[in-house]
Write a protein that binds this ligand. Structure first.
Ligand code: TRP
Length: 450
């Protein structure tokens, strides 16, 4: 992604697929379902959808337009438009550095489950204690985590992204189809209907500021927003491609996969435990899905295929995360690609170790009451990304002015949702984010309970 080899995507399809490839990953399949389970099901889903068509739409449009207008990635783009805002680009650049290590820890869990299913341990993996037993060890989770990030680093060093792109054009649709099949099966399990209701019918009494914060953090994470990635992607986009409809398509794709993933997991939780998964956390997918596969005819094969496809989706995301960090290290420290890759690899291993150990032998060590993995997730999704999003809104709304983005969008046809865009960027988004940030920081320090 370095500037000298800036090429452009061949057309709209190429752009949409590449951006969707970055967006669709563990966020959709692993993170979305457990947040939906934890924050009240239907009410979370509804909040998420409302935010996606307002916040998500406006922010993604702004980021892609900034990238295309300047032809630069985040740091350079903010600098070119207004020197005083260069720091926003920097702030955005920190986010992938925090995400990459713990993302790879989860990627390691996926590898472990793929291995378990492929080596005939499908029945064992469906036991309640399997996940806890695995995660509380020291060596094994580290092994799978390092393997995952090593694969990522090898691809980034070798630069075989082109091949990855070709394969993902096949794998991603297959993943979508398989997820739909598993979801249909889950919904038909005895006792699953309660779960379907929980997922679809919003219970307004479960609504709180935390719901909005969690949904907003998830939106940024899932759509790879508020970390400069979409600015970089925008810089590769051709001027005659419609920005507005590209954004809609990326959003539909990303939200669609998350939605189906929730349908695959939440009804199954009810079917197997008979209750609402309110204590749900990062382990939800790993505990529930093996049970679904075990009860399914041909479940082992489906399990292997499923974890293989999820692994692939995770790798395409981790590769682009690492690529982003590497290009920043290259530019900033003026080092070559390979040393930069090594720095990022070892740095991420060191930071990721905290997250793996935090679930095992260091379970007693917490930061602000959170284990390391949850803490990194919180800092990036609930603190840094909302701040970057807020600054981006202020920057677009009051410094370069919404008209600059509108002009960029209108290079290829009319901007249909112009009024919505201006309203969200100037008023709705900044006010919401400030309120949410303040309450989340207060509650993290225990000064305010939500
Ligand atoms: N959106 C990705 C997912 O849903 C995760 C992600 C966040 C990401 N930021 C990114 C992927 C930057 C690539 C680049 O899993």
């Amino acid at each position: 992604m370095s500037d000298e080899k800036r090429s452009s995507f061949t057309g709209k399809l190429g752009f949409v697929l590449a951006a969707a490839g970055s967006a669709v990953g563990l966020g959709n399949i692993w993170r979305f379902p457990y947040l939906a389970a934890k924050y009240g099901g239907g009410i979370f889903l509804l909040t998420y959808l409302v935010l996606a068509v307002t916040f998500g739409f406006a922010l993604m449009t702004a980021e892609i337009a900034i990238g295309r207008k300047t032809g630069l990635s985040a740091i350079g783009a903010f600098k070119k438009l207004n020197k005083k805002f260069t720091f926003v680009g920097w702030l955005a650049a920190i986010v992938p550095m925090i995400i990459l290590p713990y993302y790879s820890v989860i990627g390691g869990w996926v590898l472990k489950y793929l291995y378990a299913f492929a080596s005939g341990s499908a029945v064992a993996a469906a036991q309640d204690s399997y996940f806890g037993g695995f995660i509380s060890q020291t060596g094994e989770p580290i092994f799978w985590f390092v393997l995952f990030i090593l694969i990522t680093a090898i691809v980034v060093i070798g630069g075989v992204e082109k091949g990855i792109e070709k394969v993902s054009k096949v794998m991603m649709p297959v993943l979508a189809v398989l997820a739909v099949i598993i979801a249909i099966y889950s919904v038909c399990l005895p006792g699953a209907m309660e779960g379907v209701k929980y997922y679809f019918i919003p219970n307004f009494s479960a609504f709180s500021v935390t719901t909005v914060l969690a949904a907003m953090g998830q939106l940024f994470y899932s759509m790879s927003l508020a970390m400069g990635i979409m600015i970089t992607y925008g810089s590769y986009m051709k001027k005659d491609v419609s920005l507005e409809s590209s954004v809609s398509q990326i959003e539909i794709f990303d939200t669609g996969i998350a939605f189906v993933a929730g349908l695959m997991i939440i009804p199954a939780v009810f079917a197997f435990t008979g209750a609402a998964p309110e204590k749900a956390g990062p382990s939800l997918m790993f505990v529930t899905l093996p049970k679904v596969f075990e009860s399914m005819p041909g479940g082992t094969i489906i399990g292997i295929l499923f974890f293989l496809l999820v692994l692939f989706a995770a790798l395409t995301s981790s590769i682009s995360l690492m690529e982003t960090v590497v290009s920043i290290v290259c530019d900033k420290f003026k080092v070559k690609r390979i040393p930069a890759c090594l720095i990022v690899f070892f740095g991420s291993v060191a930071i990721g170790l905290l997250s793996t150990l935090g679930y095992g032998p260091w379970a007693g060590v917490t930061v602000l009451g959170m284990q390391f993995l949850d803490f990194f997730d919180f800092i990036s999704n609930s603190v840094l990304m909302p701040i970057v999003a807020l600054l981006t809104c202020i920057f677009v709304g009051y410094f370069i002015k919404p008209q600059a983005i509108i002009d960029e969008v209108e290079l290829a046809g009319k901007f249909k949702k112009k009024a919505l865009f201006v309203g969200v960027i100037k008023y709705f988004a900044p006010i919401c984010i400030v309120l949410i940030l303040v309450s989340s920081v207060l509650s993290a320090f225990g000064l305010f309970t939500m």
